[in-house]
Design a binder for this molecule. Sequence first.
Ligand SMILES: [Zn+2]
Length: 178
Amino acid sequence: MNSGDDTHESSRCPGCRVELPVTQWPDTPRYNASPACLKVAGDLLGFEVEHQVRLGYLHQLRIDAYGGQHVRVGAPRIGPVFALNGLYMFLERGSGNLDVRTAHGIMANSFDDWPELTPPASVGRLTASDVLAAGGPEQVEKAILTWADEVWQSWPETDRAVIRKLTIDLVPERYFRH
Ligand SMILES: [Zn+2]
């Protein structure tokens, strides 16, 4: 390895594949992500909080887009199921933050035989880092929507069909807006 000749080394995130300078950031068993990418996810939350009026309605979608893009193989199966459930409910059924959070609670309490979902080799083109770098709140809003859609579309249709069926079977219709 040719290390030590640069002042800043970079690392590639195993989940979204973004290449970022190495950063000290606490690891989490929840996500398959580099510390630098986890820091970006934290910064993106900070940006959302600063621009709550415009971005607040995307709170859960941001979490689920990140989750669906950083699935750790061998982690509890419910993680990717919840992430994809949230993406499905927002993108295809028009559900909001509270609808999805309530659905997660209902699902957790009514089922435990979750399918094992293996992430595709490439999960979307955009990364949390691209979203944060998009510009002001308006641009970031647009980028979050595109990012979430790309993550959802990148999962195999068979997995998405499993999620649609599980969701419709377990979640009462009133949590779908269309
Ligand atoms: Zn990442």
